[in-house]
Ligand binder design. Structure first.
Ligand SMILES: [Zn+2]
Length: 69
């Protein structure tokens, strides 16, 4: 999975679910480390981009990049 495009506010569907059971994550910050928040339990995690990309199954682009959480 190379060159996945996603930005702040996008929803990510992960291959491996979070311990809470949710596969949906929302991007909070991008860079060499990506900060995402789990939409199941609301916990946020910071993951190195390369590691995160390997776990992405799909990306849902969200219209408004300034959406509030
Ligand atoms: Zn969770």
């Amino acid at each position: 999975m190379d060159g996945i495009k996603f930005g702040v506010g996008d929803r990510l569907t992960m291959k491996k679910p979070h311990p809470c059971g949710s596969r949906e994550m929302k991007v909070l910050r991008t860079g060499s480390d990506i900060r995402v928040v789990c939409l199941g339990c609301g916990r946020d995690v910071t993951v190195p981009r390369v590691k995160l990309e390997k776990n992405i199954k799909g990306v849902t682009h969200v219209e408004s990049p300034v959406e509030q959480i």
